[in-house]
Design a binder for this molecule. Structure first.
Ligand code: HEC
Length: 131
């Protein structure tokens, strides 16, 4: 099952990844292709902060985003989000950008700045980096 999902990601994402890489002139990343995106860290191997972040993800994000499988729910999957050349919008996958998206929202994604404190945010980002 996890295997199948991984295969899907490679096939569906391949052409798009090439275009994206060309656009960004990230030639080295392109040569490595989809195989360069390693799988997420197993839940059993997360440290305490990452586990807390997993809880924040489940409470705040899981209703709209998958974390460990490809495909869109209400928003794009967060799988491998920091390992890819860019976020779905094309913006660089940085903590600054992700924080701004969570705090201020984006199009159909609601702003959640009022529902999370700095600790929640830090823990969440730590978890997202393991995907
Ligand atoms: C109510 C549904 C909803 C919730 C809850 C939600 N999102 Fe989103 N999210 C979306 C949608 C829809 C998009 C696509 C927005 C767009 O680009 O038009 C999105 C986009 C994103 C993106 C991509 C931004 C980009 O620049 O491409 C990230 C990263 C993200 N969400 C992270 C999160 C995180 C982390 C949480 C939990 C704190 C969260 N989202 C909660 C609906 C949601």
């Amino acid at each position: 099952m996890g295997f199948v999902a991984f295969g899907d990601r490679c096939e569906n994402g391949f052409v798009r990844d090439i275009l994206r890489v060309l656009a960004l002139a990230g030639v080295a990343a392109g040569m490595a292709g989809c195989k360069s995106v390693p799988p997420p860290t197993p839940l059993s191997e997360l440290n305490a902060q990452q586990m807390r972040g997993h809880g924040v993800y489940q409470a705040k994000c899981a209703i709209c985003h998958y974390d460990r499988q490809t495909g869109s729910l209400h928003g794009p999957s967060l799988l491998g989000m920091y390992k890819k050349p860019a976020l779905p919008s094309g913006a660089a996958a940085t903590d600054e950008r992700v924080t701004a998206t969570v705090l201020r929202g984006r199009n159909m994604m609601p702003a959640m700045g009022n529902t999370m404190d700095q600790q929640d945010l830090d823990d969440l980002l730590a978890y997202l980096h393991t995907l």
